[in-house]
Each structure stands twice: as C-alpha cells, then as structure tokens.
Ligand binder design. Structure first.
Ligand SMILES: CSC[C@H]1O[C@H](OP(=O)(O)O)[C@H](O)[C@@H]1O
Ligand SMILES: Nc1ncnc2[nH]cnc12
Length: 291
C-alpha cells in the first residue's frame, strides 16, 4: 500500500485546475531540462495532486518542443503515482463527435523529432508498450467523465503526429481508413512512452474538438473552431479531474497491470558497464531498480 499522488498534464485550453487546497506553483529541477512550467501542487479530497500545463501557461511550447522528459521526470520526482493526460484531439469517427471524450488505449507514433526515451547507450532499457495505458486509471477517468455528463468512448487509438501543421487530406484518410486510428493529436507521444519508462500509471483522455480534414460534411480543421470547442470542454475536463481523488482513493495497492514495475527486467546494461553520468540522471525515473 502506498499513497496516491495524482498528476494531471493539461493540454491545449487547460492551464490550471481549480479547487486545490494549499495550492502552490513550484519550480522542479530535472536533469532532463526545465519542465514546461512550474508545477501546481495541492490537495483535493485528502489526495495529493500535481498539475502541469503541457504547453506552459500562455501556451508557449509547440508540440515538437514540449520538454516531455523533464515533465515526466518532474512528476516522478514529486512522487506522482498516476498521470492523467488531457488533450485536444481530432476525430476519425462519426460517432466520436466534438465535445465527446475518448479514453485512449492505443497509440501510433508518427512523431520524428523528439527525444523519446530516458535510456540510451550507457544504460540501455527496453520496456513493453503493448498496453501503453493503465486500464485501472483509464476506467476511473471514464467513470469521472460520465459523472460529469460527458459522452465517453472507452478505448480508441491515438495517432500522434509531429505537427504543428494539421494533416493533409490524404494523411487524414490513410490514418482513418488504412491504419484504423480513431483520434489524432500532437503530444501524447513520447509522453506515454516516458511515463511507462518512469513506472507511472498513465491514462489519456482525448477531448474531441474537430473531425480533422476527412469528413465530407465538415470543413478542414480550423484552430478557431478548436478553441471554441475547447472553451466548452475545459470546464467539463476540470470537473472530471476533480472527481478523481475520490475514485482513486488516498492509498493504492501495486498496480494490477504492472505499470509501476515496468522496469523490473528492462535494463540490459551490466552494472559495471553503466555510464555513471546517465545513471545519475535516471535517479528519479529508474532509481528503484538502479540503486
Ligand atoms: C489547439 S490545436 C493543436 C494542439 O492541441 C493539442 O494539444 P494537446 O494535446 O496538448 O491538448 C494538439 O496535440 C496540438 O498540440
Ligand atoms: N485535427 C487535429 N490534428 C492534430 N491535433 C489536433 N488537436 C486538435 N485537433 C487536432
């Protein structure tokens, strides 16, 4: 049994959360650089919470430049156990309409210019990503969103694109028809990979803002329309987050899906062949298995 500490990564349109007791924005130093912003810590219903705006307050970081490693390291360093990502996404399915939330359970990674692992030569580690999200945490998000009156789709494949431009029509059709993607965004990769390496339970909540560019009855994506939908969605997203402490509880058992033990057999580099500088940087993320 350990204490639950909920981390929330807020995407486009979500730059703070309300209702925390003893709220405090604090800078967290990370060997992986500076996080997107200060982290907001506090308590809700007896559970410790940490909030981080993915793009920073004022939306300063482009999707390609979000400091994903520093963000996950900072959350882990603060003792977070469960990470909920909230993201604005386009939809590839008629039924997944703007205003609906999709609880993502798979990813296709099409990003290409982001550091996507904490591990490298000097400390080589390979984690499984077959099931990249935590079913227990995802179910709690679905329940919380439903209780807020949101239409929720449980399960969906998120196509992570590099951006910042939106997709061409040909790409949009290919992702939807040939690749079977359900939603599209620019930020959940490498975030989900890094959360797994850091042994954090990770759930991804996609707030649908548009139909990307494939839909014959809807125009191409327009960021002004996205923002309009987000304005309506963000209060609901915050309401969903506010319900999570009660649903997850003050204490937690080991994750039944093993998210918190992902590194158990992952590191291949022999102890005497490890790069001490890299091992030092891994203190928060992998200290459990490296010490
Ligand atoms: C505001 S439209 C494009 C932008 O919104 C999404 O960000 P996030 O995932 O952080 O909510 C999308 O991935 C793009 O970065
Ligand atoms: N259609 C879309 N493509 C990529 N990222 C998005 N974020 C919101 N809508 C999106």
């Amino acid at each position: 049994m350990s204490k639950t500490k909920i981390g929330v990564i807020g995407g486009s349109g979500i730059y703070e959360i309300d209702g925390l007791q003893n709220p405090k924005w604090q800078q967290v130093e990370s060997p992986w650089g500076t996080a997107s912003d200060e982290l907001l810590t506090g308590e809700l219903d007896g559970v410790e919470m940490v909030f981080l705006p993915r793009h920073g307050r004022g939306h300063v970081h482009a999707p390609s430049d979000v400091p994903y490693r520093a963000n996950i390291d900072a959350l882990k360093r603060l003792g977070v156990t469960d990470v909920i990502s909230v993201s604005a996404c386009g939809s590839f399915r008629d039924a997944m309409a703007p205003g609906h939330f999709v609880i993502v359970d798979q990813f296709i990674d099409r990003t290409r210019q982001r550091a996507s692992s904490f591990f490298s030569s000097g400390c080589v580690g390979h984690v499984s990503l077959a099931h990249p999200t935590c079913p227990r945490l995802s179910a709690a998000c679905a329940e919380a969103a439903r209780a807020e009156g949101i239409t929720v789709h449980e399960g969906g494949t998120y196509l992570a694109m590099e951006g910042p431009q939106f997709s061409t029509l040909a790409e949009s059709r290919m992702y939807r028809e040939s690749w079977g993607a359900d939603v599209i965004g620019m930020t959940n990769m490498p975030e989900a990979k890094l959360a797994r390496e850091a042994e954090l339970c990770y759930a991804s909540v996609a707030m649908i803002t548009d139909y990307d560019s494939w839909h014959p009855d809807h125009g191409e994506v327009d960021v002004t329309d996205i923002i309009k939908t987000l304005m309506g969605n963000s209060a609901q997203a915050k309401g969903m987050v506010a319900r999570l402490p009660q649903l997850l509880g003050e204490t937690r058992d080991a994750c039944p899906h093993g998210c918190d033990r992902a590194l158990e057999c992952a590191i291949l580099t022999a102890p005497d062949a490890r790069d001490p500088v890299l091992v030092g940087k891994l203190d928060a993320v992998a200290g459990r298995v490296l010490r």
